[in-house]
Design a protein around this ligand. Structure first.
Ligand SMILES: Nc1ncnc2c1ncn2[C@@H]1O[C@H](COP(=O)(O)OP(=O)(O)O)[C@@H](O)[C@H]1O
Ligand SMILES: [Mg+2]
Length: 279
């Protein structure tokens, strides 16, 4: 059964029905049934190898499930090919762990890559000489507070700035849904916090659904309405961030928990993993 979260429209952005994913003999995801509603801000957590990235690749229709089905923005991803598949992917913006910018292209061109799905090939080529929609790129960079970096090369920017350029690229794509796969795992906690806040602000201003695969659990609090914990390819737990206890995390992460350094911040067993935001 999909979990029952009432939605204002009744039609979820994503409906997963008994979804499974197998690569050869390896079962990576099994029996996942969830609804994700428009405007929801949802975090996915779990140990490495749990299947989080695979889940995001299924949601963005980069992969098709080997069992069950996914209805993404009203369309069954298994039935999409060619143009219909490109159309869906255009509506789903993805932010990756590594900034994923093209190193020899200036920031403006990297940002405008977000328009590629809408441009004809000649227009895309022309844009490399004479940036098309320059105003759009400027506005997007202003939203991520990088107004003065329009003509910079990616290599001149810090990791946090590069991630913000990737966010500007997402903005010009104007997706309906935003997926971020560990967007802050290579940044320190303060920069990570900034990026997560910015992502939330952007999603809220566009009314977009936001799904973030997160390894820095301190950032769950105050930013996400719902958490899905994956373990061994299954939904291990779902709930609100305030319900996450140390015992739950120990069970979820097993040996990996010790490397997360969360225990150093906790005095009482059974309390939540946040820092200042913990009750
Ligand atoms: N294309 C693939 N072919 C074979 N195995 C894969 C493939 N993609 C992922 N896997 C396996 O699926 C499991 C889950 O991977 P992943 O979704 O990346 O987990 P997570 O993001 O939670 O760390 C891992 O054991 C990984 O090796
Ligand atoms: Mg991953």
């Amino acid at each position: 059964m999909p979990d029952q979260i009432p939605s204002p429209t009744g039609i979820p952005d994503f409906r997963l029905e008994n979804v499974g994913m197998t690569f050869g003999n390896a079962v990576v995801l099994r029996d996942i049934s969830i609804d994700i509603h428009k405007g929801e801000r949802l975090a996915v957590i779990g140990p490495s190898g749990a299947g989080k990235t695979t889940l995001f690749r299924l949601l963005s229709a980069v992969l098709k499930p080997t069992q069950g089905r996914i209805i993404a923005l009203g369309r069954d991803t298994r039935e999409l090919r060619g143009r219909s598949l490109r159309n869906l992917r255009r509506e789903i913006g993805i932010l990756y762990q590594t900034e994923n910018l093209i190193p020899h292209l200036r920031v403006v061109h990297n940002v405008l890559m977000g328009r590629l799905g809408r441009w004809s090939p000649p227009r895309a080529l022309l844009s490399l000489i004479w940036p098309q929609n320059l105003q759009l790129a400027k506005e997007a960079l202003a939203r991520v507070e990088l107004r003065d970096k329009l003509w910079a090369m990616p290599g001149e920017l810090s990791g946090g700035q590069q991630q913000r350029v990737a966010m500007a690229r997402l903005l010009v794509q104007q997706p309906r849904v935003m997926l971020a796969d560990e967007p802050v795992s290579q940044l320190d906690i303060r920069l990570g916090q900034e990026i997560i806040e910015l992502l939330n602000r952007i999603a809220a201003s566009l009314g977009n659904t936001l799904l973030v695969n997160l390894h820095t659990l301190e950032l769950l609090h105050g930013h996400f309405e719902r958490v899905i914990a994956l373990k061994d390819g299954r939904v291990f737990w779902t709930g609100v961030p305030e319900q996450i206890s140390r015992d739950l995390l120990l069970e979820l992460y097993g040996a990996e928990y010790r490397q997360m350094h969360l225990h150093e911040q906790q005095s009482e067993p059974g309390t939540c993993p946040g820092t200042a935001t913990c009750p």
